[in-house]
Design a protein around this ligand. Structure first.
Ligand code: SAH
Length: 347
């Protein structure tokens, strides 16, 4: 029967028409597929991850701030709701032997990848041997903060290399030795209120969350802020200490007045002077660490603020690397202009 119909069709309909009909069916199929594909890509374009995150952040910020309107949109805050005791958790971790540490980690940190654990252990030993990690508290914080979560996907495989790495938007995750040196310098005590300028990847803030329950961090690049904020939120489930990291999108030059004074301040972008607002927001007896110098070369400076009986501020400075220079990305204002005076690179 089918054959008869086919023969009839073949005789009565010219081949070109049959080809046209088949082409139509194929085109229809392709079009049918392409419509949902176009919609999908459009959906992605219109409701991008960033936009969704920005939207939810804004709403969250407004909700937490208990207000609505323009005022709340000028910056975004995420005050930590619970005060998870990162230092107390860290204290229970044995660091005397690799085996004891690994066994504690497998019980307390089942989500951490064993391959990275091995690398992290070795890395921490190197940092202790080079005296960049000083107190056991800092060693513990380093052993608890997985750098693999903060190095961006494009640098997979380089998580534990002893180097800085780009994280997009012209920013970097700092070299581990400089992170450890700066962290050791401010000698964070549990309960210290610590302010970080330059959230970047979030790695330094993550380390701080194992040293105290009160961490504040400010980032000026909006998409980077959103990306890192979303990352920290996501990681909070397995790393509850990250919930104590209060985040702000804004210019860190002016510090974070509402929460001042801070016992410790860590600046992770290069500047050729100490920002006066940060000095003002540092508690008497407080320590600030910052990469001080022109854009092409800085020295890691420890600045201790003391106030004498007459109320005079006395600053004590120390170059923690004793003459060795480092290079950080510039401390910039909202227009992107560096706060440091540019100098030529050939000196
Ligand atoms: N602490 C970061 C290092 C980031 S690099 C980490 O652990 O990954 C320095 C960061 O400082 C960049 O993200 C840069 O955008 C930020 N920054 C530069 N100027 C700033 C400013 N005025 N206020 C806040 N952050 C600033």
């Amino acid at each position: 029967m089918i054959e008869l119909v086919m023969n009839f069709l073949r005789k009565s309909i010219p081949a070109s028409i049959i080809i046209a009909i088949f082409s139509g069916i194929i085109a229809g199929l392709l079009f049918g597929l392409s419509v949902p594909m176009a919609l999908a890509s459009q959906a992605e374009r219109v409701v991008s991850y960033e936009e969704v995150a920005a939207q939810s952040m804004v709403q969250e910020a407004l909700r937490l701030a208990g207000r609505s309107g323009e005022e709340g949109l000028s910056y975004i805050t995420l005050p930590g709701i619970q005060k998870y005791d990162g230092p107390r958790f860290a204290e229970t971790m044995p660091i005397e032997t690799r085996e004891a540490w690994l066994s504690w980690m497998s019980r307390n940190r089942p989500h951490d990848d064993p391959v990275f654990l091995e690398q992290r252990w070795q890395w921490a030993q190197d940092l202790v041997n080079s005296s960049e990690l000083k107190r056991p508290e800092e060693v513990r914080a380093f052993l608890l903060a997985p750098r693999e979560h903060f190095v961006r996907a494009v640098n997979r495989g380089r998580e534990y290399e002893d180097t800085w790495l780009p994280i997009g938007y012209g920013a970097t995750i700092t070299d581990p030795d400089v992170v450890s040196m700066m962290t050791s310098t401010i000698k964070v005590q549990p309960g210290d209120k610590v302010l970080e300028i330059g959230t970047g990847s979030g790695y330094q803030a993550a380390i701080l969350s194992f040293l105290t329950k009160d961490v504040y961090t400010i980032e000026i690049i909006r998409p980077l802020y959103i990306e890192t904020d979303a990352l920290l939120r996501d990681l909070e489930r397995n790393y509850p200490s990250y919930s104590v990291i209060n985040r702000k999108l804004g210019d860190g030059y002016y510090g974070w007045e509402e929460f001042a004074p801070f016992d410790k301040i860590i600046v992770t972008c290069a500047i050729d002077h100490i920002p006066p607002p940060l000095l003002r927001q540092l508690s008497p007896g407080g320590i600030m660490v910052l990469p001080l110098g022109p854009p092409n070369r800085q020295y890691i400076m420890e600045v201790v603020k003391n106030v004498d009986e007459e109320g005079n501020i006395i600053l004590t400075r120390r170059d923690v690397y004793n003459g060795l220079s480092v290079r950080f990305i510039p401390f910039r204002d909202e227009r992107g202009t560096s706060y440091s005076t540019p100098v030529s690179d050939d000196d």
